[in-house]
Design a protein around this ligand. Structure first.
Ligand code: ZN
Length: 135
C-alpha cells in the first residue's frame, strides 16, 4: 500500500550552492548528507512536515543525475512514495503493467529500501518506491 509522498528528489549541479538556497527557501537547515556510491549521487535531506526534499548531486560524470541535468537541466527528478511492503508493491505494479527499473529492492539513502519505475510506463515521471528499513 502507498502511504504518503515520502520525498521529492531534485537534481542540482552544486549541492553546496543549492543547500544555501533551499535553507533560505525552507527556513531550516538540512538534517543529513549521504553519499550513495551505487547510484553515483550525493544526497541532502530536508524534513518538511511528513515529507522530505532530497537534493541530488552527481558524484561522477557517469551518474544518472549528471545525464539528467545535461538533458533537462536542474529541477524535479523523481517523486518517491512511502510503501509498507515494497516487494508486494513491486508485484502489484508489475501486474498493473508498469515497467520496473529495479525488480528487486536495493539499498537507498536515508535508511530505505528502494525501487524505481521506468518513467516510460509512468507518464514521464520517474517514480521511486521506498520502504523504511526495519531495525
Ligand atoms: Zn529519492
Amino acid at each position: 500500500m502507498m502511504k504518503k509522498i515520502e520525498h521529492l528528489g531534485i537534481a542540482v549541479k552544486n549541492l553546496d550552492q543549492s543547500a544555501k538556497m533551499y535553507e533560505a527557501l525552507l527556513g531550516k537547515p538540512h538534517y543529513k548528507t549521504e553519499k550513495v556510491e551505487s547510484e553515483g549521487v550525493t544526497t541532502m535531506f530536508f524534513q518538511i512536515g511528513e515529507s522530505k526534499i532530497e537534493l541530488l548531486e552527481a558524484s561522477n560524470p557517469e551518474s544518472p543525475i549528471a545525464k539528467f541535468i545535461e538533458k533537462r537541466g536542474e529541477g524535479i527528478h523523481h517523486i518517491a512514495y512511502d510503501v509498507d511492503n515494497i516487494e508486494q508493491e513491486i508485484e502489484r505494479l508489475k501486474a498493473e503493467g508498469f515497467q520496473m527499473i529495479h525488480e528487486t529492492p536495493k539499498d537507498g539513502a536515508d535508511n530505505k529500501r528502494i525501487a524505481f519505475l521506468h518513467p516510460k510506463s509512468s507518464g514521464g515521471v520517474l517514480v521511486e518506491l521506498c520502504e523504511e528499513k526495519k531495525v
